[in-house]
Design a protein around this ligand. Structure first.
Ligand code: XLS
Ligand code: NI
Ligand code: NI
Length: 437
């Protein structure tokens, strides 16, 4: 059964192609530096936006044309949707997908039935993964849609809700393991607050940490080998989410003894909502060896929420790939398109246009970043800029052999600091432009 009859397998056609249903840059087997593009980019299609998003917004219902949907949220429909999803991902040529438990299977009456629903659909996922070779980049539990999570999940004021969330994550970890998931993501859903008048902030943060420790314990217990990842986001749905940004999560992981167990999944639109660039967030996570994976999308400069648009900007993708190449890759993480087509783009073929554009933007960014690295233009400049630390007093400070008294003596002898040199920001921006062209 073909759910996308108008679309053939998407092929690489080269940079001059005008075929909108072909790749111009993503050539899976082409080598860049030491790896193929497929290995560098590890693209994943997200189940929630791509197969569950219907384009609804606060002003109107979904209007996406999805001929395969029968309007129910049944297990039968969920199984059929898996076939749709895998036809799409296979035609697109993405090697991975990601899901929330509740995207793939509906909740039943009570946890028992809900778990059985998930098992039933997971069996079909497994079958399709076998058939196509498409793999699971990560699984995650939806701890935010059901009304029981109105006050949060692990940070709820209601201990029963913490317990429910624990049971749900336990099951989701088991299913993710069964399906060979290479990572497992925690996005803080409603873990935050909207008003401090009714919130015991410290108690909630302690509970959040407790929850992660329980997950780490269970991961060990069942021998799940995947990487745990926290996905920071500053706000939405709550006014203040606890996993605010990369720096905040790093501090939280350190403070609560979790730093060896969890890395980060960084999302572009969350970075910008936090008032950072994506490059800042990636560089920060990477600096501490904690950059695990990315959710690739973009926001809209004119809208202050998580619009989850597909990335198309080569500056953005080049900056991402500079950091990713700089740390030797993302594996076992990857580039997950946590992105949705606009409400106005309601036809099934728009799902292809959106993903092709995102994949091509990243493939182009990868090639450009590799060229910048090969020519050494930024790296050499940075190295030179910090060269005062490579010998003399700089080296003594870094190695810990210089005390304040030594600094005083050094300066008294010298009289004043050496002259500063220009940071040459504009020159470097011009050089960057030379590569983007
Ligand atoms: C929401 C998040 C979410 C996570 C997975 O803003 O991006 O989609 O990626 O729960
Ligand atoms: Ni998001
Ligand atoms: Ni995300």
């Amino acid at each position: 059964m073909a759910y996308f009859p108008e679309v053939e397998k998407i092929r690489y056609d080269g940079p001059d192609s005008t075929n909108p249903l072909a790749f111009r840059h993503y050539n899976a087997e082409e080598k860049v530096e030491d790896k193929t593009m497929r290995e560098h980019l590890r693209f994943a299609v997200c189940y929630w936006h791509t197969f569950r998003g219907m384009g609804g917004d606060p002003f109107g219902p979904g209007c996406a044309v999805r001929p395969w949907e029968d309007g129910t949220d049944s297990v039968e429909m969920a199984k059929k949707r898996v076939r749709v999803a895998f036809e799409f991902i296979e035609k697109l040529g993405a090697p991975y997908y990601c899901f929330h438990d509740r995207d793939v299977a509906p909740e039943g009456k009570g946890l028992k039935e809900t778990n059985a629903n998930l098992d039933a659909v997971a069996a079909v996922l497994e079958e399709e993964m076998q058939r196509t070779g498409i793999k699971l980049l990560w699984g995650t539990a939806n701890l935010f849609s059901n009304p029981r999570f109105v006050h949060g999940a692990s940070t709820s004021c209601n201990a029963d809700v913490f317990a429910y969330a624990g049971a749900q994550v336990k099951k989701c970890l088991e299913v993710t393991k069964e399906l060979g998931g290479e990572n497992y993501v925690f996005w803080g859903g409603r873990e935050g607050y909207s008003n401090l008048y009714n919130t015991d902030l410290k108690r909630e943060l302690d509970h959040l940490a407790k929850f992660f420790h329980l997950a780490v314990d269970y991961k060990k217990k069942i021998g799940f080998q995947g990487q745990f990842l926290i996905e920071p986001k500053p706000k939405e749905p709550t006014v203040h989410q606890y996993d605010y940004d990369v720096a905040n999560v790093v501090a939280f992981l350190r403070g609560y003894g979790l730093i060896d167990h969890i890395k980060l999944n960084v999302e572009t639109n969350h970075a910008t909502l936090a008032g950072h660039t994506m490059m800042h967030e990636l560089a920060y996570a990477s600096a501490y060896g904690l950059l695990g994976s990315i959710d690739a999308n973009r926001g809209d400069l004119l809208l202050g929420w998580d619009t989850d648009q597909f990335p198309t900007d080569l500056y953005l993708t080049t900056q991402c790939m500079l950091v990713i190449l700089g740390q030797g890759g993302l594996a076992p993480g990857g580039v997950n398109f946590d992105a949705k087509v606009r409400r106005e783009s309601f036809e099934p073929v728009d799902l292809f246009h959106a993903h092709i554009g995102g994949m091509d933007a990243f493939a182009a960014g990868l090639k450009i970043a590799a060229k910048i690295r090969a020519d050494g233009v930024l790296k050499d400049f940075v190295k030179q800029r910090y060269s005062s630390w490579d010998s003399g007093i700089g080296q003594q400070i870094e190695s810990g052999s210089a005390k304040f008294e030594d600094l005083e003596k050094y300066m008294l002898d010298k009289g004043d600091a050496a002259k500063n040199v220009s940071g040459r920001q504009e020159m470097l921006e011009n050089i960057f432009n030379r590569y983007i062209r």
